[in-house]
Design a protein around this ligand. Structure first.
Ligand code: SF4
Length: 251
């Protein structure tokens, strides 16, 4: 699937919305839905960014071992939260129960330290993401779109900004655009299917998911189980109106 070749972002949104709707499918076949949706979302993200950066004379500076931006508030959809929950089982097999127990404790501690802190203040609080281990993200292959959307053309500027200097970090617009477009198209498809379609603070939502064995079933049954973790920067009514307007505007 090569949605990245579509130049018009509104057309791309509608196309992705339709693809996600197909992948969600009827209520009887939703097993493995989070994996299906996010395989598509992450692949579309890579396609879009590669195509948009083609011909641009700048190189993304992000690399393994640089966790400069990993004090951000991570916003995630419900499938992204569930994907990470599923990945914990793999981590437990690969690294042991103690590793996962420590990781969960770090998530709870980070949630305590950042609860109620808005996006802009989050960097100032400086609480490092609980998924960082020796400078690397332990859920890198499953990291949410919000993390993928943060990309910089200058590691130096990121490090200066992290130390409190007022610098303009040259961020990659294609990464940001891809994140918004794909995340919003996914939200819109979830909404159309009657599923919880909010954006949730990752640590808080994961704590909810990890404490409730029935959470996935409840979410698939239409319950917005992550609602206490919802980020309400933009109202759901406003977002719903925008999604509907785009779908109506594009033939
Ligand atoms: S989830 Fe991974 S990539 Fe995202 S902020 Fe945390 S450590 Fe960084």
């Amino acid at each position: 699937m090569a949605v990245a070749e579509i130049d018009n972002p509104l057309v791309l949104f509608k196309r992705l919305n339709a693809i996600f709707t197909d992948l969600i499918g009827p209520a009887s076949v939703r097993e493995g839905m989070a994996e299906r949706l996010l395989d598509e979302a992450f692949e579309s993200f890579e396609h879009y960014v590669k195509s948009a950066l083609d011909g641009i004379d700048a190189v993304v500076a992000c690399r393994g071992g640089c966790a400069s931006c990993c004090t951000i508030r991570v916003a995630a959809t419900a499938p992204e939260v569930l994907l990470i929950k599923h990945y914990f089982l793999k981590l437990e097999k690969a690294r042991g129960a103690d590793f996962v127990r420590d990781l969960v404790a770090r998530i709870e501690q980070a949630h305590e330290a950042t609860q109620g802190v808005g996006e802009l203040d989050r960097m100032e609080v400086g609480e490092v993401c609980p998924f960082i281990e020796n400078g690397l993200c332990v859920i890198y292959s499953r990291r949410p779109l919000a993390c993928r959307g943060h990309a910089s053309f200058s590691e130096h500027a990121c490090v200066d900004a992290l130390s409190g200097e007022e610098v303009d970090v040259p961020i990659s617009e294609p990464h940001m655009t891809a994140r918004s477009l794909i995340q919003n198209a996914l939200q819109s498809a979830l909404r159309d299917a009657g599923l919880g379609w909010g954006i949730y603070e990752l640590n808080h939502a994961l704590i909810i998911a990890l404490k409730d064995d029935n959470c996935e079933r409840a979410w698939m049954g239409g319950e917005d189980i992550f609602a206490p973790a919802r980020i309400a920067d933009v109202s759901q009514e406003e977002m719903a109106e925008t999604f509907d307007a785009i779908k109506a505007a594009v033939a």
